[in-house]
Design a protein around this ligand. Structure first.
Ligand SMILES: [Zn+2]
Length: 305
């Protein structure tokens, strides 16, 4: 008995076939979001059909599907309310996919599903209260509270990247200024370095290497990125009493040269209490699709409706 899973992102769609908790197949396709929302919907369906065919080749007809998407989602309604990078507005994803596949479908938010996967299979195991914080082009958080993903009143919880840590600071894509994301995301690091030096086309990783090699501008921007992220994580910890912080996304790949200063900066800010353990994520870019598979399995097991 298998489930198929889809993690639909702005650049890639990641798919998985999971049977009895074992990953049978993992695949990745281009989203080609520039072709418009309807074309993306068509592509998602083709990917789902391909995953189903692969499951059948394993002799394991899928019993359910899981799909997770970015942006603002209503998990109870099964709708993508606003996914800017897919062009989707008020799209009833769960209903649509269930009708087309003739399967029960579980629906969720990509980062929260990634948090569920890290919680059960990865760096969050054995921990009931933690934040999974992928740091990449943007920054978000999945909050696992009391062992369960916390979606908030409207399903918008976890917009950690838009916590203001530098009032009147750098402009952010959300329209506000001084957000964590405007300093600490990979794209912010690249953008800020280019703005000061005029050198475009360098990635956050390149800029980290520049800093290591004595480039003072690069060093300052990296340090600010770490400090702003630590400011946000300290506030989150003060409010939620987190036991662990799991850092994922592209920047976590930098490993200890990134995580050790972040750990120190977080500890410095939490003057009145022990800081949470700060650890790298374990599932990498597969966290979302594995989370989608877990949601689909939960649906079959009657753990969610
Ligand atoms: Zn913002």
């Amino acid at each position: 008995m298998s489930v198929i899973a889809l993690d639909v992102g702005g650049t890639h769609i990641k798919g998985a076939v999971v049977a009895d908790g074992e990953l049978l197949e993992a695949e990745e396709w281009h989203t080609h979001a520039h072709r418009g929302p309807d074309a993306v919907i068509e592509t998602v369906l083709q990917c789902a059909e391909e995953l189903r065919a692969r499951a059948v080749r394993y002799g394991s007809e899928p019993r359910a599907a899981g799909i997770v998407v970015p942006g603002l989602v209503d998990e109870s309604e099964g709708s993508a309310l606003f996914a800017a990078n897919l062009g989707w507005h008020d799209f009833p994803v769960r209903l649509w996919l269930a009708e087309h596949l003739d399967l029960p479908v579980a629906f969720g938010h990509d980062v929260r599903a990634g948090g569920v996967a890290e919680s059960r299979l990865g760096a969050g195991r054995g921990c009931t209260d933690f934040a999974f914080v992928p740091v990449g082009t943007g920054i978000a958080a999945a909050l696992i509270i009391g062992g369960r993903p916390y979606a908030g009143h409207s399903g918008f919880a976890g917009e950690f990247g838009h916590m203001v840590v530098r009032p009147d600071g750098e402009p952010c894509s959300c329209g506000n200024r001084g957000c964590v994301e405007a300093y600490a995301s990979a794209s912010a690091i690249a953008r800020r370095y280019a703005a000061i030096t005029g050198r475009t086309g360098l990635s956050a990783k390149d800029i980290q290497h520049q800093a290591r090699d004595g480039d003072r501008v690069a060093d300052r921007i990296w340090t600010e990125a770490v400090e702003c992220l630590a400011d946000g994580l300290a506030a989150l910890t003060a409010v939620l009493d987190l036991e662990r912080v799991v850092i994922g996304g592209g920047l976590a790949k930098a490993g200890e040269p990134y995580l050790a200063p972040l750990r120190r900066a977080l500890a410095e800010r939490l003057t009145f209490r022990r800081p949470p353990h700060l650890v790298p994520a374990q599932l990498g870019p597969r966290a979302g699709s594995l989370g989608a598979a877990l949601l689909a399995q939960d649906l079959l097991d009657g753990r969610i409706r």
